[in-house]
Design a binder for this molecule. Structure first.
Ligand code: ADP
Ligand code: MG
Length: 217
């Protein structure tokens, strides 16, 4: 199991339903997962890619950072073929489109890009073109409390992507979770109810999540 999804997903049933509905729609719909830092955007995006892979879609994952944004297509470099030093911006875009979209046969590729608000302009252009052409389904995460403008806004405003807004969470309150947190056994799976409507800020790592849970009676 991938380390990002090793701990069971808690709550987020409605959001997960929205994610799966977009990924099973025909044609498949891109997703933009928004929310403040720590609320669980990356985690839900990883769950989306797991779901897409289970449906037989090829998946790829990229993480945008301020440092990667100093190079055009920097955050996507590991997905792209080597290019000549002298390649123009247009040639770069064309090569990148071909590499990520593939030859159009088989299930649509699903590309997850975490923290897309940190992408450079060429990457943003590429993602818009991929989404508009339906060649690739995007799963983007965007921070709503970031200084940078939301590069995904044209996608969801123009109906090219569904937007899933994550709100901060409360601590879980089910006895099943309390048992799991105190014993570490018998994973209870997703819990419903308002007391477990979300996760994220209370579980920034496995150990802190268990500490928070164990305190719940
Ligand atoms: N619903 C959830 N269930 C269990 N763990 C979660 C959930 N949401 C987030 N987490 C965990 O909380 C931490 C922060 O979530 P993350 O997705 O990285 O937040 P963000 O990307 O919004 O900053 C991570 O360790 C993540 O695995
Ligand atoms: Mg994140």
């Amino acid at each position: 199991m991938d380390t990002a999804t090793r701990w069971p997903l808690v709550g987020r049933e409605a959001e997960l339903r929205a994610v799966k509905a977009a990924l099973t729609a025909r044609p498949q719909r891109s997703l933009v997962i928004t929310g403040a830092a720590g609320v669980g955007r990356s985690r839900l995006a990883r769950e989306a890619l797991v779901a897409a892979a289970q449906q037989g879609h090829p998946t790829a994952w990229a993480v945008a950072t301020g440092a990667a944004a100093l190079v055009p297509l920097g955050a996507l470099a590991h997905l792209l073929p080597a290019v000549d030093d002298g390649a123009t911006g247009l040639a770069l875009l064309q090569r990148a489109t071909a590499a990520i979209a593939g030859d159009g046969t088989g299930p649509t590729p699903v590309l997850g890009v975490d923290d897309a608000h940190l992408l450079d302009q060429m990457s943003v252009t590429l993602l818009h073109q991929l989404a508009a052409s339906s060649a690739v389904t995007l799963v983007l995460t965007v921070r709503t409390d970031a200084e940078q403008p939301d590069p995904s806004a044209p996608l969801w405003k123009d109906g090219l992507a569904d937007r899933v807004q994550l709100e901060p969470c409360a601590a879980p309150n089910s006895s099943a979770w309390s048992t799991w947190c105190s014993t570490g056994t018998s994973t209870p799976g997703p819990v419903s109810g308002s007391g477990c409507s979300a996760a994220g800020t209370r579980c920034s790592s496995g150990s802190s999540w268990r500490t928070a849970c164990a305190a719940v009676g």
